[in-house]
Design a protein around this ligand. Structure first.
Ligand code: ZN
Length: 206
């Protein structure tokens, strides 16, 4: 039954050119606890304001006031909204910076931030037939800006191959690593991830 309903909404969304997620929302089958990330499209019949949504910066799903761009709520705080969908459309999905100068996070980062179950969330999207942009599936471990408690030490990093072929006695490289709080991990200036080990760190290739 559910499958048929979803197929129907998908077909109608293509035929009548409306946003599939808007259609799912219209029939009330979206889980309110899992926010679906912005995918680059616009819900034409909804409020055009951008909502913070833990940093996901999604389009507001309320209905706009008659002949207005925004819903009642967003209209009233017009000068205080995070942004307008038109501003979001102008830049890449994750490149949007809201009017309060806050960057956009990936959906995977949102899942971690909210403490949601990753597999459950992925299954949820799959069941509803929602495809989200691939960049939303990346967990960004690099803290934004400079972390407060920087431990900027010169740490010897051993290339993983150097460890395997230790007999080669290759010169180890020294890089600056920023320690990620409460973990054995660190990142370098380029955002590469390392695991701290006795007397050094090893780069983790993902
Ligand atoms: Zn709104």
């Amino acid at each position: 039954m559910m499958g048929i309903l979803l197929m129907l909404i998908k077909d109608l969304s293509i035929k009548y050119n409306f946003n599939y997620i808007e259609g799912l929302d219209f029939v009330g089958i979206l889980n309110k606890k899992i926010i679906i990330p912005y995918d680059g499209s616009v819900m034409k019949n909804r409020c055009r304001a951008i909502k913070w949504a833990y940093g996901l910066h999604v389009q507001c799903r309320n209905y706009p006031e008659e002949n207005e761009r925004y819903c009642f709520k967003c209209y009233n705080k017009k000068h205080n909204i995070c942004g307008d969908i038109n501003e979001r459309l102008r830049v890449g999905i994750l490149d949007f910076m809201d009017r309060k100068k806050r960057p956009t996070i990936t959906w995977m980062n949102y899942i971690k931030k909210k403490g949601l179950d990753e597999n459950f969330c992925l299954k949820y999207l799959k069941e509803l037939g929602i495809n989200i942009p691939k960049e939303h599936l990346i967990l960004n471990v690099r803290p934004r800006g400079r972390p407060k408690n920087i431990k900027k030490n010169k740490i010897i990093v051993n290339n993983i191959f150097d460890i395997i072929k230790s007999s080669l006695c290759k010169e180890p490289i020294a890089v600056h690593l920023y320690k990620i709080d409460d973990s054995d991990l660190g990142i370098d200036e380029e955002g590469n991830l390392y695991e701290f080990m006795d007397g050094g760190a090893v780069r983790i290739f993902r």
